[in-house]
Design a protein around this ligand. Structure first.
Ligand code: ZN
Length: 246
C-alpha cells in the first residue's frame, strides 16, 4: 500500500516557554498529532518546526509530503517568506494543506485565502457544539449529527475567508456565536482545509472526534491521481489541425 506522507509542522515554541502547554503536550502538539495519525496503516508521519533550518520545510521535505498540517500561534511573523512561497507552490501543484485553529492567522493560510482571515475570539472555556452540515462529505465520515468539545476558546463570525468551496462543520458556542469551523477549498491542483478546534492548553487533540476529522481530512486532502503538476502558463499547441481565415 502506498502510504499518505504527512508532515506535521509546529512552531514548537509554546511548549518550550509555557509549562501548562508542555504539561498538556509533552511531545509537542506536532508529536501528539503524529501519534494519533501514526496509528493508521495508510498514513506515515514526519514532523518539522519553526526553529529548524528553512523552518524545517526544505524543497526535499515538501517534495516528499502529500499533506502538510500546520500549527502556529505566537510566531506567525517568524516564518520565512521564502518558505511561504515554497509551500504555496507545493499546494498549487497538488499537496494538501490542513490549517488548525490559530493557524487562521498564519502567513500560509492568509496567502492561500487572499483575505485577512480575521475572526472574533474569547477565552473562557465555554462549550462548543460542532454540527455536520455536509453529512456526505468524506471529512465528516463517522462523526454523526454533531459532537461537542466541553471547554474551548471561542472563535466567532465574521470569519474573513473566501466562501468555502465545501463547508463541512458549523460551530455553536455557549456565548451565542456561530463559526464555520471546517472549511475546504481547491487551490490549483491542491486542497486546503481549515479546522477550528485546538488550543495549546486544552486537551482537544486527545479527543476522538477531533482526531477522526483530522484523519479524514488527511485522506481527503492527499494529492489527486496523477501526482503533482507545475503551474507554468505554457504556450500550448492546438490539438486539431486547422487553418485560420485571412
Ligand atoms: Zn487558541
Amino acid at each position: 500500500m502506498t502510504k499518505i506522507r504527512v508532515t506535521i509542522w509546529n512552531e514548537f515554541r509554546h511548549e518550550k516557554s509555557h509549562k501548562a502547554v508542555a504539561d498538556m503536550y509533552p511531545e509537542g502538539i506536532h508529536g501528539q498529532i503524529a501519534a494519533f495519525l501514526g496509528t493508521n496503516a495508510d498514513i506515515e508521519t514526519r514532523t518539522a518546526w519553526l526553529d529548524q533550518p528553512e523552518n524545517g520545510l526544505t524543497d526535499e521535505v515538501l517534495a516528499n509530503t502529500d499533506v502538510l498540517i500546520w500549527w502556529g500561534h505566537m510566531a506567525h511573523g517568524d516564518v520565512l517568506d521564502s518558505v511561504v512561497d515554497r509551500v504555496q507552490t507545493a499546494v498549487l501543484g497538488g499537496m494538501g494543506l490542513i490549517c488548525l485553529h490559530s493557524a487562521h492567522f498564519s502567513k500560509i493560510f492568509r496567502r492561500m485565502m487572499g483575505t485577512s482571515c480575521s475572526l472574533k475570539w474569547r477565552e473562557v472555556g465555554e462549550r462548543e457544539r460542532l454540527w455536520v452540515v455536509n453529512p456526505g462529505h468524506p471529512i465528516a465520515e463517522g462523526i454523526g449529527e454533531y459532537f461537542e468539545i466541553p471547554h474551548v476558546e471561542m472563535y466567532g463570525e465574521f470569519f474573513d475567508i473566501p466562501t468555502p468551496d465545501e463547508l463541512v462543520l458549523m460551530s455553536w458556542f455557549q456565548g451565542g456565536e456561530v463559526f464555520r469551523s471546517c472549511c475546504a477549498w481547491f487551490r490549483g491542483k491542491g486542497k486546503v482545509v481549515y479546522f477550528r478546534p485546538g488550543h495549546e492548553t486544552l486537551p482537544i487533540f486527545y479527543q476522538p472526534e477531533v482526531q477522526k476529522i483530522i484523519t479524514n481530512a488527511v485522506r481527503w486532502a492527499k494529492p489527486a491521481a496523477g501526482g503533482r503538476m507545475t503551474m507554468t502558463a505554457p504556450n500550448y499547441p492546438a490539438i486539431e489541425k486547422f487553418t485560420v481565415d485571412e
